[in-house]
Design a protein around this ligand. Structure first.
Ligand code: PLP
Length: 522
């Protein structure tokens, strides 16, 4: 089926009005020129569009048309209906003598379902979606206009990345897979193959073998699992995520906090000279994150792991924030286990993995069935795992775009310094993820900055926000030896593959109002 010109032209013209809503009424000749559409045809189309209450006209010298409602309230289906575009896939039941209501033809329900899905889709997309610079837009053509219509700027990728379309599609497909992956019949085997192909994709992203990947409910589970093994001693750092620190506090063995420098990076000399020579009373673990979630600061894991292993320590790294942002090769990193999480890569929330080197045996955290080669019991979350696999594939492809993300990050930092010379960028000069900025403005509480940015349409986090949304001083920044004022005043801005120059401009515009010299003086 092909849409006729009237449907396509009507949507193009309406999107043009939506994208230029701030210009007031627009002459059809202007729309015709901007969209390369024939003016006479547009004039005819705007008669039914006006009759349907979708546009209103203004007379006079500055006359023309404007949308009669916000763009977000005008679906594509409504525009097409107004110009009588037929969006049914086929009319076999009306025109074809072989198909009637009483005796539908063999394909009747197929075409009916297709028409219904198309109708649902066209009803679900509105003019704001088409111009928002997202997946229905040809370019950031109208992105600035979309923002003025209430588009949000999402700069909180380290909290969670937006679900990638590929991941969403994989989840939806897998939801229709009936079988239990442990069943031997065809349905079960189909579910099993969805999981195994996702396992291969996740393994490829981090340079591991598929057999080394154990799917879990989250990175929190993966971190808890490794920490809760019967270790005599756990060596870790004060800048770890709570999913490491909380279980560490609950264990009965010894705990050694690693010496950190001013950037929160393990002091290798101190580590080698003062920590490693100690006697460990039994199997012991060094648990250290690859990159910090609040500051993006990267630990020299390969060097630390080599030192630790020379003393017989097992090494675990929480790589949640690093995976998909920097290239990782589990085979050569020198760690025994690694935790990762799907939702930081644009996969669904509530699925992660513990990557376990083949020869290592862990006491299971969850006991029951023999899933995940007897390492983690419980029927697998097939749909979430499928989404994880698709996100991992896309993240591997997007690694090439890391430099572009870093360039946008640098633009934010330069802009912030220009607007607010007092601002402090945590970890500037240290090895950091290219997508993360931890930023403090002396005298301002992080909570206040986050709320004011939110009101301006920008989503960022307070570095110290915990899952309850409560904001206190950040334990990460305090462990780095920063003052309480900075630890309670730092916000985190984190970028991702869909961040645009317009997003950065929107952030800097809001920052100028909130933190610029005049705002501070006020
Ligand atoms: N580790 C780090 C460094 C994180 O940033 C997070 C999430 O914010 C986690 C672990 C926990 O991941 P999940 O949300 O999958 O439990």
């Amino acid at each position: 089926m092909e849409l006729t010109t009237k449907g396509r032209y009507a949507v193009m013209a309406m999107a043009d009005l939506a994208g230029h809503a701030d210009e007031g009424a627009i002459a059809l000749s202007v729309v015709a020129e901007r969209q390369s559409l024939p003016l006479a045809y547009l004039e005819q189309l705007f008669v039914p569009l006006r009759r349907a209450g979708l546009v209103e006209s203004a007379r006079g010298r500055t006359g023309g048309y404007r949308l009669a409602k916000p763009a977000g309230e005008i679906s594509i289906a409504v525009v097409m209906e107004a110009v009588e575009e037929d969006t049914r896939f086929t009319r076999c039941s009306h025109n074809d003598p072989r198909c009637s209501a009483a005796t539908p033809c063999v394909t009747h329900w197929l075409w009916t379902a297709l028409s219904e899905s198309m109708g649902e889709f066209l009803s679900s997309v509105n003019l704001a979606d088409v111009i928002a610079g997202g997946r229905y837009s040809s370019a950031p053509l109208f992105a600035a206009a979309a923002r003025t219509m209430g588009k949000r700027t999402y700069l909180d990728y380290n909290a969670t990345a937006p679900l990638r379309p590929e991941a969403k599609a994989a989840v939806m497909r897998a939801l229709d897979v009936t079988g239990n992956p442990s069943s031997v019949h065809a349905e079960g085997r189909r579910a099993r193959s969805v999981i195994e192909s996702a396992r291969e994709s996740v393994a490829r992203l981090i340079g591991a073998k598929p057999s080394e990947i154990v799917f879990t409910s989250s990175a929190t589970e993966a971190n808890n699992w490794i920490v809760s093994q019967p270790w005599a001693t756990i060596l870790t750092s004060g800048t770890e995520h709570d999913s490491v620190l909380a279980p560490v506090r609950a264990v009965s063995g010894d705990i050694i906090m690693l010496p950190l420098d001013a950037h929160g990076i393990v002091d290798l000399k101190e580590f080698a000279e003062r920590v490693l020579p100690r006697e460990f009373a039994g199997p012991s673990l060094l648990a250290l994150q690859l990159a910090n979630n609040e500051t993006g600061i990267v630990q020299p894991i390969a060097e630390i792991a080599e030192l630790a292993r020379s003393r017989g320590l097992s090494v675990h790294t929480d790589a949640v924030q690093a995976v998909g942002r920097v290239a990782i090769d589990f085979a050569t990193l020198g760690v025994d286990t690694l935790a990762l999480s799907a939702h930081k890569l644009g996969g669904p929330k509530g699925v992660g993995a513990l990557v376990i080197r083949d020869h290592i045996h862990l006491v299971p955290l969850l006991r029951g069935g023999g899933q995940e080669r007897r390492r983690r019991a419980g029927t697998e979350n097939v749909a979430a795992i499928a989404g994880f696999g698709a996100a991992a594939e896309a993240a591997l492809r997007d690694l090439q775009g890391a430099a572009a993300i870093q360039a946008l990050r640098d633009e934010v930092e330069a802009g912030v310094k220009r607007i607010s010379p007092d601002a402090v960028i945590i970890g500037e000069g240290a090895a950091r993820l290219g997508n993360t900025i931890a930023l403090a403005l002396p005298g301002k509480l992080a909570e206040t900055l986050v709320i004011r940015l939110d009101l301006a349409g920008i989503a960022v986090s307070a570095g110290s926000a915990c899952s309850s949304g409560k904001v206190g001083a950040s334990h990460v920044l305090e462990a780095m030896g920063l003052s309480h004022e900075i630890a309670a005043g730092t916000i985190r801005i984190s970028l991702g593959p869909t961040t645009t120059k317009e997003d950065i401009a929107a952030f800097l515009a809001a920052w100028t109002t909130i933190a610029g010299a005049s705002a501070l003086a006020a």
